[in-house]
Design a protein around this ligand. Sequence first.
Ligand SMILES: [Zn+2]
Length: 252
Amino acid sequence: MTVGMAGYVNVRAYAELNGFVEAESRGRTVRRPFQTHQTVKDVLEAMGIPHTEVDLILVNGDPEDFTYRPNVGDRIAAYPVFEALDIGSTARLRPVPLRDPCFVVDVNLGRLARLLRTLGFDVWWSNNADDRTLADISLGQQRILLTRDRGLLKRRSITHGLFVHSDQVEEQALEVIRRLDLRQRLAPFTRCVRCNGRLAAVTKDEVIEHLEPLTRRYYNEFSRCAQCGRIYWPGSHHARLVSIVERLRDQL
Ligand SMILES: [Zn+2]
């Protein structure tokens, strides 16, 4: 194959991908040159869009992967990981979003933070973080900021954030899971609700000295937080959480 200028394609970046392109290319279709050896990944990255930010590419309306070699006049649409699209999971560039979804949750959404941890998501939360801290954590740790504060989401340093509409915790969790298409990512009861650490199964012998007499008597399955050491077992509180998780799953 000869290497050289092949022609032009028409490219449009959607939603937050516009944050990567030059101002005059935002929110509109732009004509972009490509060379014969280049893939659609090269074309997008030449515009300033890191491929890690892209979750779906449509070429003339059909999903393609990063190795697709453009033809003259192709219409290329690039969508970010966070664009909720009703396209079915098969069309996505990867079966799951590119990044592991992890979150930083605003101070006043503590119940949502705990519920997301219960569902297995990696959640940073503190009851006294200021806006600056939330923004720094979001950017520095690539965490999606969940907040009900529109002003906070307008901060320049926040590139990944979701406005939570509902004021009801289960609805809030559903919003996040639906918006980011995280149904397949639920891993209930794998993470410490208190500190976000990972839970690991432990034998009764390993934890027996820390158990109250009734717990010691009636329960045989335990897990322990690798970070803070908190011990979990399927007690009555757990049963309530199981029913919440089932209720959420039914609505997804
Ligand atoms: Zn813990």
